[in-house]
Design a protein around this ligand. Structure first.
Ligand code: FAD
Ligand code: GLY
Length: 369
């Protein structure tokens, strides 16, 4: 009989891990304090954009992210098939735009090392950028074009993941209140806020920005912090934009329904997920440098979520040496949607005792202890 795996947290990471584990023949239970997808995962812009966002260094994090981007097309197809739910997944390509001559060197350096990783990228002049996206600002002097970068509609993706998990027979418990760890020695024992107990063989910790709460239990240093992201959306009268546009001050993502998502601020506000005037103004005061027509428009929707940031910017993915039946998969910061397929596959490999697809030593959950 397959092992019983408890997954703590029903965000995109917990649901993806649960889906993969169930497919591999394990019994899987997801324990969620509130609603699945109700935190960072449902708030995301849904960019699958490691080439724009993680462009500084070809390290193990870049490898993890690139591998996940390349897994995404098949992964999302599988989720759609199993859930029988559709959600937007668009291989739109992206433009990483720059405004100053000094930024060109950084793009050229990127192009050199990213090409060695088989990345398709092209440095475009201002004129070539305008051919791709005619309404972009004249202040833009160049852009890197990444045809591989894509996006999903995050709330739809997470909802389909939940449905796919249920279809396969994953048990999902929501609205449990705070779930506490009681023991992880022989068996794993957890207790919900209402006193319900859950028992299994192994535990996968996917509690996002809340993972630090387990520091005392494991006597580990778990520097994962919530970084609030405030974000907004515009309703365009027609589908005017085709690509993700990424700049150092913010990004826009055009969705199939004609809305343009504009993200996202970064601030420290504890676990508050409210939207502030200042946070949204940071976006609306800048975005006309991307598309001048935005100056005349007002966002029709604003929201916020808590990114699970880590002290060194790398996620916590791996088994504990002190308790081999405990796996961390948390701290995905700005890229949890992108990293959901690779994280699920790594968790599946760890539980199954197989080598992982990519190196994960750099992401050890014990690296700060
Ligand atoms: P969460 O979605 O926060 O899920 C964690 C879950 O654990 C929560 O549901 C919580 O209730 C539950 N939980 C916590 N503690 C307990 C407990 N003790 N008991 C039971 N349940 C518990 N990423 C991208 O890849 N692309 C993007 O374009 C992108 N844009 C973003 C834009 C914004 C504005 C924000 C805020 C984030 C964005 N991200 C993006 C980042 C991405 O959303 C996160 O990295 C990802 O959602 C993290 O997923 P998670 O499952 O770890 O966390
Ligand atoms: N990855 C986009 C964001 O976190 O805002």
């Amino acid at each position: 009989m397959g092992k019983e795996i408890m997954v703590l947290g029903g965000g995109v990471i917990g649901l993806s891990a649960a889906f993969e584990l169930k497919k591999r023949g394990f019994h899987v239970t997801v324990l969620e304090k509130n609603k699945c997808g109700g935190q960072a995962s449902g708030a995301a812009a849904g960019m699958l954009a490691p080439l724009s966002e993680i462009g500084e260094d070809p390290d193990d994090f870049f490898k993890l992210s690139l591998e996940s981007l390349r897994l995404f097309a098949d992964w999302q197809n599988e989720i759609k098939k199993v859930s029988d739910e559709d959600f937007e997944y668009k291989e739109s390509g992206s433009l990483h735009v720059v405004y100053h001559e000094a930024d060109l060197l950084a793009l050229q350096t990127r192009l050199a090392w990213q090409s060695q990783w088989g990345v398709t990228a092209r440095l475009l002049s201002a004129e070539q950028v305008k051919e791709k996206e005619p309404e972009l600002s004249d202040q833009i002097i160049a852009a890197m074009y990444y045809p591989e970068e894509s996006h999903v509609y995050a709330p739809g993706y997470v909802k389909a993941l939940e449905t796919a998990c249920r279809q396969l027979g994953v048990e999902i418990y929501e609205n449990l209140g705070q779930v506490e760890l009681i023991e992880v020695n022989n068996n794993v024992l957890l207790k919900s806020g209402q006193g319900q107990q859950f028992e299994g063989d192994e535990l996968v910790i996917c509690s996002g920005a809340w993972a630090k709460e387990l520091e005392d239990f494991f006597a580990l240093s778990i520097p994962i912090y919530p970084i609030r992201g405030q974000i907004c959306a515009y309703e365009l009268d027609q589908k005017r934009i085709g690509h993700i546009v990424y700049s150092s001050q913010g990004y826009v993502v055009p969705k199939a329904n004609g809305t343009l998502v504009n993200g996202a601020s970064e601030d420290i506000a504890g676990f508050q997920t409210d939207v502030t005037e200042k946070g949204i103004a940071r976006l609306t005061n800048w975005n006309h440098h991307i598309f001048p027509f935005l100056k005349e428009l007002k966002p029709f929707h604003t929201w916020a979520g808590l990114r699970p940031a880590t002290q060194d910017g790398y996620p916590f993915i791996g088994q504990l040496k002190q308790a081999r039946n405990v796996i961390f998969a948390a701290g995905h910061y700005r890229n949890g949607i992108l990293l959901s397929p690779i994280t699920a596959k790594i968790v599946g490999d760890l539980v199954g005792g197989k080598p992982t697809l990519v190196p994960i030593d750099r992401f050890s959950p014990e690296r700060f202890s």
